[in-house]
Write a protein that binds this ligand. Sequence first.
Ligand code: F6R
Length: 264
Amino acid sequence: MEVIIRPTDHAAAELIAQIIATELRANPHLVLGLATGRTMESVYRVLVRMHRKEDLDFSLCSTFNLDEYVGLGPGDPHSFRHYMNEHLFRHVNIDRRNTHLPDGRAPDLDAECRNYEAAIARFGGIDLQLLGIGQAGHIGFNEPLSALRSRTRVKSLAPLTLEQNAATFGGEANVPRRAITMGVGTILECRRGLLLATGAEKAEIVAKAVEGPITSMISATALQLHGRCTVVVDEAAASRLEGFEYYRRIFATEPEWEQFRNLQ
Ligand code: F6R
């Protein structure tokens, strides 16, 4: 795992988008794992800008989202399919047939989960997986006690997750109780992981996820087992990290990051 600290949330999102763009340019057939949520909105804004102004080409890439609420169809404004359409897909030249999210209204949810895993495998696995982190430490909707080897399945949402998403749904009572999510094991199979966390409210969970012991209570700690995972944080989200100065030096001195150093 490596941690990259950027001064602001804007700079952190810009770096994430630049990493995605670099990988997409190197491999136009990239299989991209996507996340939703407030943190990702600025990443998608930058990617849309890059498509418009720098010809970033999405025409050959494929995407798999981490999760979808059970019971919500694509037409529902709270569904993650709707979120993806609004924040990214309708603004870039992606072929919608190559964009995948679990179907939260599938009549047989277990079959839907198995089919989702099979589809990821058919596309050759995920090259680059974008991740956010919930305040309870989930990646995707892998709530506390998610097995570190779990696969795509239906998960019951934790109280803190319901609370975190209450505003979007106009009250906690309206938040769906369950979601289909890629499992921790599914996520760990990606070739590269890229986690973005911004804001002081994520500082404590970021410190636990990055520097704490691996535990199924905090599914993001499983990323410590991944051979190539980059965690990008702004200074606010990095504020509880013991290795703050060390991580900062890595971005400032390691050759891999040279091309990204003068981003705003
Ligand atoms: C969403 C997802 C979640 C979010 C996390 C952070 O697809 O997988 O794990 O990334 O809940 O959400 P925000 O960015 O709204 O704080």
